[in-house]
Design a protein around this ligand. Structure first.
Ligand SMILES: Cc1ncc(COP(=O)(O)O)c(C=O)c1O
Length: 347
């Protein structure tokens, strides 16, 4: 294999293309005209499929990207004087350009540390009980990322323990499911078992990272929180006039089962890469590989050599180190080539 033979994108699952199932439905939706602003039959069908998949009569909305989904949902869950508790590495804290604070008119994010990128009940409780005076932004929401920004997973038991703290202090639970499908696949649980059955009030479910061109689904299990949410989306510029082209590809993922098989494949590829890296001398993984990303410490000279050979990856995500992310279309050929290049650079 030569370095010219393949694009070498492993920076994010956002670099992958549109999967065949999503493309097929996009083309189907293009065969006839339909109503605008989400009044088309594709949007209604996709929302119904989500309710079936989650086995719950939830409210469903579609927006373009994850920043909008998180920001708008959090603004529906917290008033401006409330605070949102999240992990210090959470995407809403580190990578959304203040979007959650902006859309909520100032709700403050309160961050807590925690091993493996995860909030703990103790960390949450410490923030909630730190102060209760009028000068402290009143905690109202806990935001969890599943899988986390460092590719680890909350177990159902961990989620239930966090729900117990939420109940104790009357807090709402938001889940940033940028890689929610990967979490379901890895834990081998149903979407219901990972959300409303453990007390999640609202989920942002990414389609972009799961094989769509763009598009995130927002599911409110606590339907009171969805009141007037459609207006919030419209005001924020997130109501697509041709919504069917967001919804139909989602339907492709849901009706074909690709939402899960794509995630299973991406997870398997990350597992393959982790194994390959572990076998190299002196290389240590930074976190357990539980979903579709692999974090590894690499010497600066190796990083420079990989970049020179055209590999794309991030070094600023999470706790630093090199992050490789696998997607629905990642191949073992690509990963073998990466491992070989790392091995060569180590020598
Ligand atoms: C954990 C997490 N949340 C949310 C997002 C959504 O971001 P975007 O606005 O780029 O779609 C991402 C994207 O990388 C992410 O990794």
């Amino acid at each position: 294999m030569t370095s010219e033979c393949t694009p070498r994108f492993l920076a994010s699952d956002n670099t992958s293309g549109i999967c065949p199932e999503a493309m097929e439905y996009l083309l189907k939706a293009n065969q006839t005209d339909d109503l605008a602003y989400g009044n088309d039959h594709w949007t209604a069908r996709a929302a119904d499929r989500f309710r079936e998949l989650f086995d719950y009569d939830c409210d469903v909305f579609f927006v373009f990207n994850g920043t909008a989904a998180n920001s708008l949902v959090l603004s529906a869950m917290a008033r401006s004087y409330h605070s949102v508790i999240c992990h210090e590495l959470a995407h809403i804290e580190t990578d959304e350009c203040g979007g959650p604070e902006f859309f909520s008119n100032g709700s403050k994010l309160l961050t807590a540390p925690g091993p493996n990128g995860k909030l703990t009940p103790e960390g949450i409780e410490a923030l909630v009980t730190k102060r209760n005076d009028i000068h402290y932004p009143k905690p109202k929401v806990i935001s969890l990322t599943q899988p986390t920004e460092v590719g680890t997973l909350y177990s159902r038991e961990e989620l239930l323990a966090i729900r117990a703290v939420a109940d104790k202090y009357d807090l709402r639970l938001h889940m940033d499911g940028a890689r929610f499908a990967n979490a379901c696949a890895s834990l081998n649980v149903t979407p219901a078992e990972l959300t409303w059955q453990v007390g999640i009030d609202a989920l942002c479910f990414s389609g972009t990272k799961n094989g769509l061109a763009f598009g995130e689904a927002i599911l409110f299990f606590n339907r009171d929180l969805a009141e007037d949410f459609a207006w919030r989306c419209k005001q924020a510029g997130q109501l697509a006039s041709k919504m069917r082209f967001v919804a139909a590809p989602w339907l492709g993922l849901l009706e074909s089962g690709a939402w899960l098989s794509n995630a299973q494949h991406a997870n398997a590829m990350a597992g393959y890469l982790a194994e390959g890296l572990r076998a190299l001398p002196g290389i240590s993984l930074m976190f357990p590989t539980q979903a579709n990303s692999v974090f590894v410490e690499l010497p600066p000279a190796v990083i420079a050599s990989l970049r020179q050979r055209g590999w794309t990856f991030y070094t600023f995500i999470g706790a630093g180190g090199v992050r490789f992310v696998c997607a629905w279309n990642t191949t073992t050929v690509l990963l073998d080539s990466l491992i070989a290049d790392i091995q060569a650079a180590l020598n």
